[in-house]
Design a protein around this ligand. Structure first.
Ligand code: PGA
Length: 238
């Protein structure tokens, strides 16, 4: 696991954008794995800026997102579908983009089709990840056993609390989600984990203790051969 500590959030986002841009240059038909949440917003804004400046091109690239609430309408203000369209997809020129469908009638079918789609695309080249306060990756919450494939998961109190800040309009907050499992995430050839803010320092400390804490899902990433963690000083604990 390679670690890069940045002075602040903006620098973290720029360094991450450098890595994504290099990947797209080396392989224009890249399959990107993308994440939502507050962490990658700076990366997406920087990629949109570079696209407008003609510095990066997504014309042959495609993307798969990690997760989506379930059930949720795509038009819901807090759907990840909407987040991705507002923050990235409407601003750059991906050839194709896909998220787990929060409107699917049959979640099991949707999950199987999603994994089949990733496989048919040749697997993910570069997977962007954030980390939850409880160490979750995607919506893989701390558990006794972790799913390999995409699946329907019930969210923990910790995650519902952390994400309740986005549901300020009185909308009901979904308590379940569809998320890629660790098999799908681990199939990525390289992984970029972004972590910022003092609130994440305790989980960062556990991640870098040199042990696989089985109650910290992110610790499984220690076993992947090609992970780069970019964190700001605050998340790194100063
Ligand atoms: P955040 O969420 O980027 O909003 O902190 C990360 C996550 O829950 O994976």
């Amino acid at each position: 696991m390679k670690k890069i500590v940045c002075d602040n959030y903006n620098e973290m986002s720029r360094v991450a954008a450098d890595i994504v841009a290099r990947q797209l240059k080396e392989k224009p038909g890249t399959v990107l794995g993308l994440a939502t949440g507050s962490t990658p917003l700076g990366l997406y804004a920087e990629l949109a800026r570079r696209y407008n400046a003609g510095e990066v091109d997504f014309a042959r690239a495609q993307s798969f997102n990690l997760d989506e609430y379930y059930p949720i309408k795509r038009s819901h203000p807090q759907s990840y579908y909407r987040y991705m369209h507002e923050n990235l997809f409407s601003k750059v020129n991906f050839a194709a983009t896909r998220l787990p469908n929060g409107e699917a009638d049959d979640p099991a079918n949707e999950c199987a089709a999603y994994d089949a789609g990733i496989e048919a695309a040749g697997g993910i080249d570069l997977q962007v990840l954030g980390i939850g306060m409880n160490g979750h990756i995607g919506f893989n919450e701390p558990a006794e056993a972790y799913s390999m494939s995409t699946y329907l998961v019930e969210l923990t109190e910790s995650t519902l609390d952390a994400n309740s800040r986005f549901f300020t309009g009185g909308e009901a907050q979904p308590t379940s989600a569809l998320t890629m499992g660790f098999g799908s995430i681990f199939s990525a050839k390289s992984i970029l984990l972004l972590i910022n803010g003092a609130g994440k320092a305790p989980i960062v400390k556990r991640l870098f203790e040199g042990k696989i804490h089985t109650d910290v899902p992110a610790c499984l990433l220690l076993l992947h051969p090609n992970v780069t963690v970019i964190l700001d000083k605050e998340a790194a604990g100063g």
